[in-house]
Design a protein around this ligand. Structure first.
Ligand code: ATP
Ligand code: MG
Length: 171
């Protein structure tokens, strides 16, 4: 059982120094009591890949917003930036391995074009998906959606211990 709030905090903490180097700030909003099944360190990797991109492909003095919230039986984690954005044609391709927009210009930012392919892979392994919304010149939002793990404390006092309900079991 993975605590989504912990995953978000850990990923953001890992990226603070890199963001500070570009005078970028984070705004983080993560609901407590949200859980998913899976591998916490893999999910941290997925988020740090998205955050690395948000930092790399945005100008200085911009903000990155991370929101984790519950939508029915889904946990949604979104990473939004105020960067260069991605054209509709490229939006269809950026999750492919080794695909980089304008490879010549992005050579300065290093990268092999694997980051988003890894994010997609990790999400699929967790029974979820990653989607992209972007407007060129304005910014991008990557959204990870994962099945929410139900815990016995759902709807009761959050101070009681958390016990996972069997996946697939009726409520
Ligand atoms: P790597 O992550 O392997 O170091 P990379 O960042 O180039 O290299 P991906 O993370 O897979 O590879 O991203 C693919 C391409 O999508 C990037 O090269 C960039 O052109 C574009 N891209 C990804 N994230 C963003 C973003 N937040 N804003 C604008 N463009 C982006
Ligand atoms: Mg990347």
């Amino acid at each position: 059982l993975v605590d989504v709030d912990e995953v978000v905090q850990e990923a953001v903490d890992l990226m603070l120094t890199l963001a500070e180097g570009k005078h970028m700030s984070f705004r983080v909003s993560a609901a407590e009591g949200l859980y998913v099944y899976g591998d916490g360190s893999m999910l941290v990797t997925a988020l740090t890949n998205l955050l690395t991109n948000a930092i790399a492909y945005s100008p200085e003095d911009t903000r990155i917003t991370v929101v984790a919230r519950r939508l029915e039986d889904v946990v949604e984690i979104s990473v939004s930036d105020q960067g260069r954005g991605i054209s509709p044609e490229d939006q269809e391709r950026v999750f492919e391995r080794f695909y980089r927009v304008d490879a010549a210009r992005s050579r300065a930012t290093g990268g092999t074009g694997l980051g988003l392919a890894i994010v997609k892979h990790i999400c699929a392994n967790h029974g979820g998906e990653v989607t992209l919304w972007s407007r060129e010149g304005h910014g991008s939002t990557f959204t990870i959606r994962l099945p929410r793990a139900q815990v016995e404390s759902d709807g009761v006092d959050p101070s009681t211990s958390l016990v996972a309900v069997q996946p697939g079991a009726k409520e």
